[in-house]
Design a protein around this ligand. Structure first.
Ligand SMILES: C[S@@+](CC[C@H](N)C(=O)[O-])C[C@H]1O[C@@H](n2cnc3c(N)ncnc32)[C@H](O)[C@@H]1O
Length: 201
């Protein structure tokens, strides 16, 4: 695995935040459950939570694919995965230390990928989104989610959003198209960001 400056940045950012991650956002559960319900998953399907962190989405993803389904959670930051284990999230899915740029999965293995709070942390978003497309079957779904909208998040962080923002709709549509996805729906409200895309091919 390459551990270039970007990965160092991710580890430096998330390692000290891991232990408190869930307690900082105690009310997000219903939003994750609602988002998981919009992926069109059916019992028995296979889904990856890319950049799963402490695995907050895993119980909701397990609920939609059922006991026969496959739920994977992949993250680069060991401390986030350790927090996931402590929180019992391993009961809902298999936790992997992996870079979304290089997933240990065969082509088309999955029905869907869920990525919450992930895309703005990717160093090579188009290449990484293309790797996510590789592991999803044609017609499968990618959900890019955040339990807060872009403007509300920027205000919380003392920033303003611009059209150059990776998650601005035209930019995201183009980025996804270049990576093998077609943007199907885009929601950016105060309490939810959700972009749903379908794997082409
Ligand atoms: C904002 S956190 C969100 C965590 C979780 N999805 C949630 O909603 O609580 C972003 C996560 O993405 C992970 N991450 C960032 N870049 C990654 C990469 N290239 N491969 C895998 N995980 C990555 C970080 O380690 C971190 O846990």
């Amino acid at each position: 695995m390459t551990d270039d400056h970007t990965h160092t940045h991710v580890l430096d950012f998330f390692t000290p935040r891991a232990a408190d991650w869930d307690s900082r956002f105690p009310d997000d559960g219903p939003a994750y459950a609602a988002a998981a319900g919009l992926l069109g998953l059916r019992p028995g399907d296979a889904v990856l939570d890319a950049g799963c962190g402490t695995g907050r989405a895993l119980p909701a993803l397990r609920a939609v694919v059922g006991p026969e389904g496959m739920v994977l959670g992949a993250d680069l930051t060991p401390a986030m995965l350790e927090a996931a284990v402590r929180a019992g999230r391993g009961a809902s899915g298999t936790l992997l230390r992996a870079d979304v740029a290089r997933l240990p999965l065969r082509d088309g293995a999955l029905d869907a990928v869920f990525g919450a709070g992930l895309i703005s942390h990717l160093a090579r978003p188009e290449a990484d989104l293309a790797e996510l497309a590789r592991v999803v079957r044609p017609g499968g779904v990618l959900a890019l989610f955040h339990p807060i909208g872009r403007a509300a998040l920027a205000a919380r962080q003392g920033r303003t959003i611009t059209d150059g923002d990776l998650r601005a709709e035209p930019r995201l549509r183009e980025l996804l198209a270049g990576a093998g996805w077609r943007l199907e729906s885009y929601t950016d409200e105060d309490d939810r960001f959700l972009a749903l895309a379908v794997k082409q091919g």
